[in-house]
Design a protein around this ligand. Sequence first.
Ligand SMILES: C[S@@+](CC[C@H](N)C(=O)[O-])C[C@H]1O[C@@H](n2cnc3c(N)ncnc32)[C@H](O)[C@@H]1O
Length: 505
Amino acid sequence: MNNPLSITDKARQIVNGTSFRRDNSAIGQFLTPVSIAQFMSSLFEKNIEHVRILDAGAGGGVLLAASVQELCSREIKPKSIEVIAFETDENILPYLNNTVDTCRNACNQYGIDFNATVLNEDFISASLSQLDDGLFAPKERRFTHAILNPPYKKINGQTKTRKLLNSAGMETSNLYSAFVWLAARLLEPAGELVFITPRSFCNGPYFRNFRKALLELMSLRRIHIFESRKKAFADNAVLQENVIFHCVKNEPQSKYVQVSVSEGLDFNNSTIREVPFKHIVFPHDSDAFIHIILNDEDNQALERMSRFKTTLDDLGLDVSTGRVVDFRMREYLRSKPELGTAPLLYPCHFKDGYVKWPISNGKKPNAIVLSNQTQDLMVASGYYVLTKRFSSKEERRRIVSVIFDPQRVKATFIGFENHLNYYHAVGNSMSPDLAKGLSLFLNSTLCDKYFRLFSGHTQVNATDLRKMRYPSRQELVKLGKYVKKTMPKQETIDSILKSECYKNG
Ligand SMILES: C[S@@+](CC[C@H](N)C(=O)[O-])C[C@H]1O[C@@H](n2cnc3c(N)ncnc32)[C@H](O)[C@@H]1O
């Protein structure tokens, strides 16, 4: 008798190539390791008599094989399993067909009816045409299970795919969110969805519609993320940017969601927590950010941050991304300041809590020519708070902030390069103490921890900063008094924040 435990391995073996998802793939084809596929399929909760599985972007079929294997090896087995697999890459189809045959054999041996359709079609257009039928779509077209590791690729605004999606009310800019969204719509009520995708959909404006639709259609049951302290694991960094979700359609959202974390692929030693859903998606959050809370420290960060209620608007502040995109302005860039130029600031000018300008021997220019072409990109000199937009993986903090002090850099205008975000009093300078206090707050461990709860990547968008809540103006000004010639050390920042803002816990 065929050992069902071999189905997934076989599916994996027949496809050569072992690399997991990376962003630079032309077709987003990175295949799921067997252990992840098995873990994902183990999340399916229900035992259904007549199973209908969707695998969209099936590759070599490892996910559908793992699902069949999982269901076949349960005590209560299904009577029938039907699999629909979409895959556009013709080269991988023979492998996919081979996997399907392995599944058929295994099901035969268990006396389970098996049917499979491999469709060499674009999942998006094919499924949108099914959804056209809306309520009147024949019941057999819906799925009881969907399991996905969808392609990861931007959908250009002008493409047919984007237009098709928009006309179905599904505005989203990446193939992966489009696939998951469609799969959710194609499930029958109580149908289960398990997917692995980048974490990037959990925050930020581009995935807002997707998040809202997902949370409206589905009840969240489990979130799994990967962590690793071992640098040796090759796909480590890639894995850590991914998340696995398990959701059930049209069921009321339960009060608690299971959040688990594994050290790389070691699922047996995962730690699991029950986290209140209201801590994951805050009630009344119109952007529906998804916060991933892993441990007591995360919870504490969330609780401490929830004391701060002040919005940037309340503070009379806003945050913007630096307007000088250097490669578009090449002819105006100068390595050293000259007559008729303004300081041009990059992250390399961050030093001890302040902007240090100019710097010599740097790779970046220090100045930009003031002209009709550049004037609109300039900001009048004053006190501003800057943050890096991109931190390196090795950097301890995601949010790295400094103060722009006009006493230290003499200029009438300054240019902030696009790799920076800058806080301003709606286009103007803010008070020195407010700038210092805000920068201290942004540099705190608390702020950093909080930021990591909703952002899985190293990019810090102005929208994320705009969304955060801050200490009151009074508190920030008090914090600012502690910032002298340099930004205090990390422990000092943290104890200042504690003593001024949350003494009792
Ligand atoms: C990230 S890979 C995952 C493959 C497989 N599900 C796995 O987990 O190993 C995504 C797959 O989607 C396929 N794909 C890309 N665009 C597609 C589309 N529009 N319709 C169907 N499949 C597509 C790619 O060829 C690729 O095999």
